[in-house]
Design a protein around this ligand. Structure first.
Ligand code: PGA
Length: 258
């Protein structure tokens, strides 16, 4: 079987900066402070996904064996008539190694599983690791959210053959735990979700492939809960929003995990 997206011995920590910060100067400051933080790169793969506008320049100065770069999204085709979009070819030429696909904030503005599936395929074509984001908006008592998660996984991976799925990373982000004023998910509940997601993957790709596919957690991760979410939740890494813009907090997350 082919190698998975990153080594099993490491955790993948992805920083999603979203539409922040407001200037390149501030973006540089985050990196300069983060560089002073000590963490063990043998145990962690760190990926920063800044806005496109800053990525190229930041990567020139800060890309290293400790810090990799990613995009927050890409377009699903390489059609030159796509105003405002960024292609996977551009991502590849910028040496971007990871791309977030189907983040809940993009799903909220109409991105469908069908489009997400095309984006994943395009990333794989360019040898970029897609991080497929899934997650329910709310938890209905009748368990309907489980069907939604199942549908998101099946439909978002519908264009991806069994032979290529080993390069995909899945990020489970319950939308109710994402953003300001929210709390992260309980780590034991997270463990139940990772089992549920694995079961779906087993039914799609068989045990051998499914058990190798990395699952990340995202939603109000901070320096206090990161280790527990990884250990109890049994996930392979974290997708970090707000806390990744604060170099001290993000540095502490990396330190605590290494
Ligand atoms: P948060 O965001 O860490 O600020 O909750 C996570 C995300 O949206 O990826």
């Amino acid at each position: 079987m082919k190698k998975r997206a990153f080594p099993k011995t490491k955790k993948l920590i992805v920083a999603n900066w979203k539409m922040n910060p407001e200037s390149f100067k501030e973006a540089k400051k985050i990196f300069d402070l983060l560089r002073k933080k000590k963490f063990n790169a043998n145990k962690i793969v760190t990926v920063i996904c800044p806005p496109y506008l800053f990525e190229n320049e930041l990567a020139k100065s800060y890309r290293s064996n400790k810090i990799k770069f990613g995009f927050q999204d890409v377009h699903f085709e390489n059609d030159e008539k796509s105003t405002g979009e960024i292609s996977t070819e551009m991502a590849k030429n910028s040496k971007v190694e990871y791309v977030l696909v189907g983040h809940s904030e993009r799903r909220q503005i109409g991105e469908t599983n069908e489009v997400i599936s095309k984006k994943i395929k395009k990333c794989l074509d360019e040898k970029i690791t897609p991080i497929l984001c899934i997650g329910e908006d709310e938890r209905h008592e009748n368990g309907d959210y489980l069907n939604l998660i199942k549908e998101q996984i099946i439909e978002s991976l519908s264009d991806i053959p069994k032979t290529r799925v080993h390069d995909v990373v899945i990020a489970y982000e319950p939308v109710w735990a994402v953003g300001k004023g929210k709390n992260s998910m309980d780590s034991h509940e997270l463990h139940q979700m990772t089992i549920f997601i694995k079961k779906i993957l087993v039914s799609l790709y068989g045990k051998k492939i499914a058990m190798e596919l990395p699952i990340l957690y995202g939603g109000s991760v901070d320096a206090d809960n990161a280790l527990e979410l990884i250990k109890q939740g049994q996930v392979d890494g974290l997708l970090v929003g707000r806390s990744s813009l604060n170099s001290h907090v993000f540095g502490d997350i990396l330190k605590n995990l290494s």
